[in-house]
Design a binder for this molecule. Sequence first.
Ligand code: NAD
Length: 318
Amino acid sequence: MMTDPESAPAPARAPTPTQGASSESPTGAKIIDGKVVSLKIRDQLAEEIKILKNSGVTPGLAAVLVGEDPASNTYVRAKAKACAAIGVYSDVIRLAADISQVELERKVRELNIRDDIDGILVQSPLPAGLNEFAINKLVDPAKDVDGFHPYNVGMLSIGEATFVPCTPVGIIKLLEHYSISTSGKEAVVVGRSNIVGKPIAALLASKCETGNATVTICHSRTRNLSEVCRKADILIAAIGSPGLIGRDYIKPGAVIIDVGINRVDDPSRKSGYRLIGDVKFDEACELASYITPVPGGVGPMTIAMLLSNTVKASRRRL
Ligand code: NAD
């Protein structure tokens, strides 16, 4: 039965986290701090990398950047910086936007056979005219640290996860860190992309301690979206629509994971913009038990999980 937020009782609190120290928003929801969790993961990885290096293995990540898209440029720079900070070797391969499909495929094949490269990521979106699926399919599945190769997608779907896309696995780590149980819960995922929506739905539905949820996937053709979202104990918003999820979409006590990163104009900032999520943060804080802020929630986890996947890929060299 649907819960009417107007008449519902006071928010049911999720269990107090045993590991995660979360601050509380002024209106009650606990903040899931992706910066803190991601730093902890990076520290653990740095320790593991020291041990790998003692065995003669330096994890290596190649990032392929095609064209001059400013956001992609920023992401790739951030990834390279994160690699350097924990001792992962990184190689950024910058290619002209007018590169042919054949030439790009040749570059990927070169990386597939390089011994010093354990992980390969091809920054999306690729410029128009290039076939992204064909490129994802060409990356060696054992070096596919983004988890986009059909082999790895298939392994996730049959419950034998190998490399899982970084943002969804980062969300699971956040829930785990704050001891937020998913088992038997109603989870609603808004968004069905291959990068976020579908893999997080697969993880939440999978038969394991960090899954076992009853999952509903919503998308642009979903009818009565707010009504469906109000059923969610765990609501994942991965839409790319600033502030779409407001008070009417939230069941009291729900855990809200806001994946959206949207630039909105803000003349008061030097940059002229600020980043906001898909969720109206202030409204959600009044109802939610836990919430991820934007920025500082899911975002930092994505890079941490990329590093984690790269270290995992490098272990096969031992
Ligand atoms: P996408 O554009 O590939 O997918 C968006 C999805 O939202 C689609 O499946 C679409 O059906 C659905 N949708 C669009 N409008 C809708 C509506 N009105 N009602 C219901 N569903 C609707 O986007 P994506 O790559 O999955 O990214 C989603 C958001 O997450 C973006 O803001 C992106 O920047 C952000 N993102 C953040 C991270 C991170 O690290 N935090 C990583 C990846 C993506």
